[in-house]
Design a protein around this ligand. Structure first.
Ligand code: DQA
Length: 144
């Protein structure tokens, strides 16, 4: 069975409590349960990792090589700043989809740039927890 690693970056551990007007009331545990169910619907396994630390996310991406077949990544604010996370994704050569709960393009200008996008097959933003569902669905098609 092919396996996905779903990575969540800084502050996403606070989902549900953090700026609910922007990110909704769904918790990270709810998002993970939704991902597990969606992945299972497509015959995929799914594991999760969340960290507030850039290096830990880089390590998790390195560790995915040989263990997982694809990455679903919401790098949070590191999306807009981290060349290290982009380089990690390019290094492992695993297919990746970039995800955001909010529509980053309708927000502040500093959220419009994504370093990570250069290493991603595609970007899904603005659909709340459903962004993850859409990303898994797109990746499942790609892994067929
Ligand atoms: C986010 C958008 C980022 O700009 C922000 O820093 C986050 C969450 C999102 O899911 O909408 O932490 O990645």
């Amino acid at each position: 069975m092919a396996s996905l690693l779903v990575l969540n970056g800084p502050n996403l551990n606070l989902l549900g409590k953090r700026q609910p007007e922007t990110y909704g009331t769904t918790t990270l545990a709810d998002v993970e349960a939704l991902c597990t169910q969606t992945a299972a619907d497509f015959g995929l396994g799914c594991e999760f990792m969340q960290s507030n630390h850039e290096g830990a996310l880089v390590d998790a991406i390195h560790g995915a090589k040989g263990t997982h077949d694809a990455l679903i990544i919401n790098a949070g604010a590191y999306t807009h700043t981290s060349i290290a996370i982009l380089d990690a994704v390019l290094s492992v050569e695993l297919p990746a989809v970039e995800v955001h709960l909010s529509n980053v393009h309708s927000r502040e200008g500093f959220r419009h740039n994504s370093y990570l996008a250069k290493g991603a097959l595609g970007v899904i933003a603005g659909f709340g927890a459903q962004s993850y569902v859409l990303a898994i669905r797109a990746m499942a098609e790609r892994l067929k």
